[in-house]
Design a protein. Structure first.
Length: 165
């Protein structure tokens, strides 16, 4: 389901790298600028004093060279707790999703859980996305007959509008 939500949430993909270097990931977030600031501040909190990790050094170096926004945020030295919150994303198939986010530290990994309000439009859209991900390609945007969501392709319930024959 994570990959159905965003193809960049697959194993082996570095979330921070995608977040700053992938234009599709940036378009995915309604307020990418605010999310970017929070992401970098949370990274500083997470890494703590373990700044000698070669993977960390390599990633920060790559992002500092490739992303002006990352470079600016990194230089601010902001820190932020690993708290949850609410975010709005623009999914290419089901449209806008308003999701709550909880971050749970598990050993050396942070598990991030996204979920909608029960019985909301976002809940219905996520159910549709889950159904699509069970029946087709790993990227639901590749489903035959599906187009990116817009007002003319989704009803106000979040369900696909009937297509004219």
């Amino acid at each position: 389901m994570a990959v159905a939500l965003s193809p960049r949430l697959r194993p082996g993909e570095n979330r921070l790298r995608s977040f700053f270097l992938d234009p599709e990931e940036q378009a995915f977030h309604q307020d990418w600028t605010k999310a970017a600031a929070g992401f970098v501040a949370a990274l500083r909190t997470t890494i703590g004093d373990d700044t000698d990790d070669p993977r960390f050094v390599e990633l920060v170096g790559e992002l500092a060279l490739s992303s002006e926004r990352f470079r600016t945020l990194w230089a601010r030295h902001d820190v932020r707790n690993l708290d949850g919150g609410t975010t709005t994303v623009h999914h290419p198939v089901v449209g806008e999703l308003r999701l709550h986010r909880d971050k749970l530290p598990v050993d050396d990994v942070i598990l991030v859980v996204y979920y909608p309000d029960k019985d909301s439009d976002s809940d219905e859209k996520l159910r549709l996305l889950a159904a699509l991900s069970q029946t087709g390609p790993a990227d639901p945007a590749q489903q035959v007959g599906w187009r990116p969501a817009s007002e003319d392709t989704l009803t106000n319930t979040g369900r696909p509008a009937p297509r004219p024959e």
